[in-house]
Design a protein around this ligand. Structure first.
Ligand SMILES: [Fe+2]
Length: 453
């Protein structure tokens, strides 16, 4: 008879002293954790025989030869080696889950776009079948660029597991709660938190409170990292200790299961007779994590002018060109506005990067109406955008007292690559046809009169 451990029970039973609710703090730390005492070898990675008859296996997140400081790998001590978690593959179709390049000649990606929240459908959907790709950028085959998705989850994945060889997933919940059972442990996320699932890590997603909707930034390129702070110094923005990686938890389940793999933009399934989430202990710095966006300490204008939005970068995925991100994950959250004699909302601009924004909750200061929680907007490469007329007039004429932007949280996935709309985003998602009308009523004020403002 096989013992069935729920991973949550394992966490409760084996919580490591000094951790917080089954998580270990730190960003890119060299973690170690074991769900059974003595399962983790000490002083070496690959003993002749592992405790409990476990198999040692390395999961590499960077090439073996990546420089120290960037090199990431994790040693897993598991019930079976991963080769027992795959068999022959069959291709399957997830028609709404797209990868770059995905340029449809009938879709116009050039334009400023905004969507109402994508509604949950009547057909039950899991984290995989409910994935709705909105935009793609770059090329998954050459590991540059990204995709943005909306997920709609009404049911849990049962005896079904997934990993992406193409990408890491930055998951941004907007409503509902999810539990990620991963090879390295369990991560629960709710709105206002994000989760990062590394490339190659097997997981399944359980619905804790639904229906659940949120956003995913699928990063084909180099991993997300913390941005350099420059003159800001050693603190503020996202602090490393606020990132939480799970303690080890495992399933010892002999149940017919399906593993689905995303590989070069295509989906493949393989049947296995057991759960692949069988890592009893692990150590290393290639790990899943979550982050509470409420711990992001924003830095901004304290006298005049509006800094570039890069000041709000939570995570950045480099592209190889210094200062030019494959993706920046940027957060607009509650903060004080105190700048004097300043137009305080984001200014009008035209950006070489392309910007996909989502609203988690509240009102965005540049667009007081129309950009609702669960909604998205896209301002593509070199397309002008900025405040609507009411936001402009309001901010130009307001009494500039210190003001708290409260109960508000939006994010941006900003990439150096143009983002192409999927047919779903262009034709099926609730696109607001009148979005560009928000700038229609902006007036010409100039008549050459000196002193006029
Ligand atoms: Fe912008």
């Amino acid at each position: 008879m096989n013992t069935q451990h729920t991973a949550r029970e394992m966490i409760q039973d084996t919580r490591t002293q000094g951790t917080h609710e089954g998580y270990m703090p730190g960003f890119g730390n060299d973690f170690e954790t074991e769900a059974l005492p003595g399962a983790l070898p000490q002083g070496m990675n690959s003993p002749q025989k592992c405790e409990y008859g476990l198999y040692a296996e390395q999961l590499s997140g960077t090439p073996f030869t990546a420089p120290r400081g960037q090199n990431e790998r994790t040693w897993c001590y598991r019930i079976r080696p991963s080769v027992k978690h795959t068999g022959r593959f069959a291709k399957i179709d997830l028609p709404y889950f797209r990868s770059a390049p995905d340029v449809d000649p009938d879709v116009i990606s050039l334009g400023q776009y905004r969507w109402d929240p994508v509604p949950v459908g009547e057909t039950p959907t899991t984290f995989l079948t409910g994935m709705r790709t909105m935009t793609t950028a770059g090329d998954v085959n050459t590991q540059v660029g990204m995709a943005t998705h909306v997920y709609l989850v009404t049911e849990s994945m049962v005896d079904e597991y997934f990993y992406s060889a193409d990408s890491e997933f930055l998951v941004v919940p907007q409503s509902g709660r999810l539990r990620f059972y991963t090879e390295l442990g369990i991560i629960d996320v709710a709105p206002r938190e994000v989760a990062l699932i590394p490339r190659g890590l097997v997981f399944r997603v359980e619905l804790l409170e639904g229906p659940a909707r949120g956003f995913v930034c699928e990063n084909y390129g180099q991993k997300f990292d913390l941005p350099g702070r420059g003159p800001i110094g050693a603190n503020c923005l996202a602090n490393p200790r606020d990132f939480k990686s799970p303690v080890a938890a495992f399933e010892d389940r002999e149940t017919p299961s399906t593993l689905i793999i995303k590989w070069c933009g295509q989906f493949h399934e393989t049947a296995i007779p057991h759960s692949p989430l069988d890592v009893v202990a692990w150590h290393g710095n290639y790990a899943a994590y979550k982050y509470d966006l409420a711990t992001f300490s924003p830095v901004g204008a304290i006298l005049f002018d509006h800094p570039d939005p890069s000041i709000f970068t939570v995570l950045t995925a480099p592209s190889g060109v210094e200062g030019t991100a494959n993706i920046d994950f940027v957060l607009f959250r509650e903060r004080w506005m105190v700048a004097e004699d300043t137009f305080r909302p984001p200014w009008y601009h035209k950006n070489i990067m392309s910007e996909l924004m989502g609203n988690i909750y509240g009102i965005y200061d540049a667009k007081p109406e129309g950009f609702v929680p669960g909604g998205m907007s896209l301002h593509n490469m070199m397309l002008p955008h900025g405040p609507d007329r009411d936001a402009f007039e309001g901010a130009s004429n307001s009494d500039l007292k210190p003001e708290k932007l409260d109960n508000t949280m939006q994010f941006m996935f900003e990439t150096r690559f143009p983002q192409h709309l999927t047919p779903f985003a262009a034709n099926e998602a609730p696109l607001q046809d009148n979005y560009i009308d928000c700038w229609d009523s902006i007036e010409k004020k100039f008549d050459g009169t000196p002193g006029r403002k």
